[in-house]
Ligand binder design. Structure first.
Ligand code: DNO
Length: 361
């Protein structure tokens, strides 16, 4: 288990590389050029500067999260070929600087979605990301983007800065006629376009689950259960087509047996990396993100880490969203303190599982 930390870059993150390096057991970051538009080419000069800075801080950058997929690719528009070509150039450029894994998602329009970016947790006064489908219904997509921007300490919802609101309306309209099956077909077309390049340069694509784990605003979503991931894996037969399982995203639906899902795809060799965090359910489709500790949420972190140890011990892992604690102000979900606590907890679980397993042999 190679422990990493998500980092948005010098000008877009409140956390520094020096702080990340000081977290025990930290090997590297999951990196991101946050100013790039979806499927815009990442140039070698940009990559060299970014990764050079990370390496100078004593950290690796084997994983990039994310290279975003253009909506035209997801919608299957004729313009998609140009964007797929760009995507291949970015894959090649990243590979030249040692990147091994690229995390991405195939969610129409929105990436992860919450109805409150800073819901106070009464018990201890911390706050965390929160979702309530009842609130979502009242809000509508445009309100969500605006509300997120207002309560996100200056950060906006990934991909939907308020300046792009007009575009959002057109995009939503276009999706009205796209079914889940069509979306899957478009996904296959995309994978067939990029996986040969990945095979050539040694990069593995890691698809992230839908978050929350069901369709929202009537938009099709095809990556949120074991069965749906089986269909995705079947789209292209290559070890370079893999998953980035996220326990928190999948855990928004308690029907998802996460240790079993990890074992299933881990044994197949199709997990490239994982995001590990916990969620606390408060009602039907209503949850908040808790600390990583098993007893603070509804997921059994011990069983999840054990499944990693037993079926895919070499994957990259990062703590996922943390709460805001100790009066920290930062990008919602991505402060330093609670995520660092998550790292030490996950490393502790792993050490105990590993030692216990070796002792029994
Ligand atoms: C949320 C993240 C996601 C993830 C993308 C991958 O915090 O895990 O935004 O990076 O879905 O493209």
């Amino acid at each position: 288990m190679k422990m990493t930390f998500r980092w948005f870059g010098e000008h877009s993150d409140t956390v520094t590389l020096r702080q990340i390096k000081q977290i025990p057991g930290m090997t590297g970051i999951m990196g991101f050029l946050d100013y790039k538009a979806a499927s815009e080419v990442w140039t070698e000069a940009e990559i060299a500067a970014y990764i050079g800075g990370v390496k100078a801080a004593g950290l690796d950058c084997d994983v990039i999260e994310s290279v975003n997929v253009h909506e035209d690719i997801k919608m299957g528009l004729p313009t998609r070929d140009q964007y797929i070509e760009n995507y291949c150039i970015t894959i090649r450029n990243l590979a030249k600087y040692g990147v091994r894994v690229i995390v991405y998602n195939f969610m129409p329009v929105f990436d992860w979605l919450r109805t409150d970016m800073a819901r106070v947790i009464e018990e201890d006064g911390s706050n965390s990301l929160y979702f309530d489908e009842a609130e979502l219904g009242e809000m509508g997509p445009m309100d969500i983007v605006q509300a997120t921007a207002e309560k996100a300490n200056g950060f906006s919802l990934p991909g939907w800065e308020p300046a792009r609101l007009a575009e959002l309306e057109t995009t939503l309209k276009r999706y009205e006629s796209i079914t889940a099956d069509q979306l899957r077909e478009n996904f296959k077309y995309f994978l067939e376009g990029i996986i040969p390049t990945c095979e050539e340069v040694g990069v593995t694509m890691a698809c992230h689950p839908d978050d929350p784990a069901w369709p929202i605003f009537g938009l099709p979503r095809i990556a949120h259960t074991k069965e749906l991931f089986d269909q995705i894996i079947d789209l292209v037969d290559s070890p370079h087509h893999a998953l980035c399982l996220c326990s928190g995203s999948l855990g928004s639906n308690l029907q998802n047996d996460i240790p079993a899902i990890v074992r299933h795809f881990g044994q197949m060799g199709r997990i490239a990396c994982m995001h590990i965090r916990n969620v606390k359910h408060l009602g039907h489709r209503k949850f908040r993100e808790s600390s990583h500790l098993s007893t603070d949420g509804d997921l059994d972190m011990y069983e999840i880490v054990k499944a990693v140890y037993e079926t895919c011990p070499d994957i990259y892992v990062r703590p996922d969203h943390g709460r805001m604690i100790w009066d920290e102000m930062g990008r919602p979900g991505y402060g330093l303190y609670d995520r660092a606590l998550g790292v030490t907890y996950l490393n502790g679980l792993y050490e105990a599982i590993e030692k216990n397993s070796k002792r029994q042999k």
